[in-house]
Design a protein around this ligand. Structure first.
Ligand code: AMP
Length: 434
């Protein structure tokens, strides 16, 4: 046997059990997003490399060492998107839907970063991203946070922590950066390797360092908050008011800087203490300068992204049963004539809005019942020689083993009656029958 090929490191298969958990998150998120008037946009996974250098920043970790970039057959430099905001802004400028308009958008899909894979950190991971354009005031920042809160509640997550900071305008951040570098230069001898590397290129990121040896230096660093311009400060205070008014708890973390250059004013991050080192489940902020930076007219904007792998892990830790979609009935087919009639019977049941898994590939009664059990269906529907002859069907309740025989033309009503306790199923079935 030749050696089996394995998936690319850091890129995961999502098996059906896991997908079902994801679908709960996706459905929950969709409901919340729609409740706030956000509309879905679908964007390419591949973009020109330049887009990310110009938005995320050429000196950031992502652009410097994490992008999956390559030259295509015509020598064009392309990159698998490491995040969604840049592409969304690019699409907005290109399609002309940003200028002088308010747009509330969301998207979902894979992102790619060549990071060191570990639990909760992958090279292909998935985000739901939310971007809103055209609103400068802090009520938008609050809205984004309220949406997260509502989603956590819908998923039953408690204990998530919200950290908040303001980076001010690009100008005041530049002034702060100079002062920070000046301070860090005086500490050069004590900086670790990572920080030395960042000192010239992205010194703000040093504030993010998790290295215990760096904490004292970081604690004594000049405070970004003290460099905020008046308007940014007022914006931040307004946001704080909105959150307090709504009873949303938060902590201000003056060291929260985020790894992307485009943020201005508000930045925030949601963390949990249940996922170990990869504790951030979502993050975002305001990026008022980005549209212009990418060639559009000045447009205020803010957004956030949540990480599906980490949320799904939280959901798994929470336990409980998250049964996905199961068939209402599993059709057991015994004998040639039953097999012949089975497919069309299954179609009729599906026409009535039922989910039916039909036995395929033959097999004896025992084998087929085993498969029926494994399918998760509530009922096995047995069609054998006798049933074919009498136009009947034998129904075996797979929970208690009870068995009964009814006429085939009563089957739909029976299954609808006993399976469709769920309101949504019932509505779908009623609609189909109409
Ligand atoms: P970011 O785009 O870096 O602000 O990340 C937003 C969210 O995406 C984070 O809070 C994580 O939940 C998730 N995320 C970012 N990078 C990864 C990764 N490499 N693997 C899994 N999830 C990630």
């Amino acid at each position: 046997m030749s050696k089996a090929i394995q998936a690319v490191r850091g890129m995961n298969d999502l098996l059906p059990e896991v997908v079902e958990r994801w679908q709960r998150i996706e459905a929950g998120a969709r409901d919340v997003l729609h409740a706030y008037g956000y509309r879905e946009i679908r964007l390419p996974i591949l973009e020109k490399s330049e887009l990310f250098a110009r938005s995320i920043g050429s000196q950031t970790d992502i652009v410097e060492k994490e992008m999956y970039s390559f030259e295509d057959r015509h020598g064009e430099n392309l990159t698998l998107r490491p995040e969604g905001t840049a592409g969304c802004v690019r699409a907005g400028i290109e399609n002309g839907f940003l200028h002088n308009q308010i747009q509330r958008l969301w998207y979902a899909g894979p992102m790619f970063r060549h990071e060191r894979p570990q639990k909760g950190r992958y090279r292909q991971f998935h985000q739901i991203g939310v971007e809103a354009f055209g609103i400068e005031s802090a009520d938008l920042d609050a809205e984004l946070i309220f949406m997260c809160v509502r989603l956590w509640r819908a998923l039953g997550f408690d204990g998530l922590t919200l950290q908040l900071n303001s980076l001010g305008t690009l100008e005041c951040r530049a002034a702060y950066r100079r002062e920070l570098v000046h301070y860090l230069e005086t500490q050069r001898g004590k900086l670790d390797e990572d920080s030395l590397r960042r000192l010239d290129r992205n010194p703000l990121r040093i504030l993010d360092s998790k290295n215990p040896a760096m904490q004292e230096i970081i604690a004594a660093a000049p405070d970004l908050f003290e460099h905020l311009d008046d308007a940014s400060r007022a914006h931040f205070e307004r946001l704080g008011d909105y959150l307090r008014q709504a009873g949303v708890a938060f902590t201000v973390n003056p060291r929260l800087v985020r790894g992307l250059d485009y943020y201005t004013r508000t930045v925030f991050e949601w963390t949990t203490d249940r996922l170990g080192a990869q504790s951030a489940v979502g993050a975002g902020g305001r990026y008022d300068g980005l549209v212009e930076q990418l060639g559009g007219r000045p447009t205020p904007a803010a957004g956030f992204a949540i990480g599906l792998e980490r949320l799904a892990e939280l959901l798994a830790l929470q336990g409980g049963s998250h049964q996905g979609v199961r068939p209402h009935g599993y059709l057991v087919l015994l004998g040639e004539e039953a097999e012949r009639q089975g497919l069309s019977l299954a179609e009729r049941l599906r026409d009535a809005g039922l989910r039916i898994e039909c036995n395929g590939g033959g097999g004896g009664l025992k084998t087929q019942l085993k498969r029926a059990d494994r399918s998760g269906a509530r009922h096995a529907l047995l069609l054998g020689e006798d049933e074919v002859r009498n136009a009947s069907i034998t129904i075996k309740d797979l929970r208690d083993g009870a068995q009964r025989s009814i006429a085939q033309n009563e089957l739909i009503d029976f299954l609808l009656g006993s399976n469709l306790k769920n309101k949504e199923d019932k509505a779908t079935a009623d609609e189909r029958r109409r």
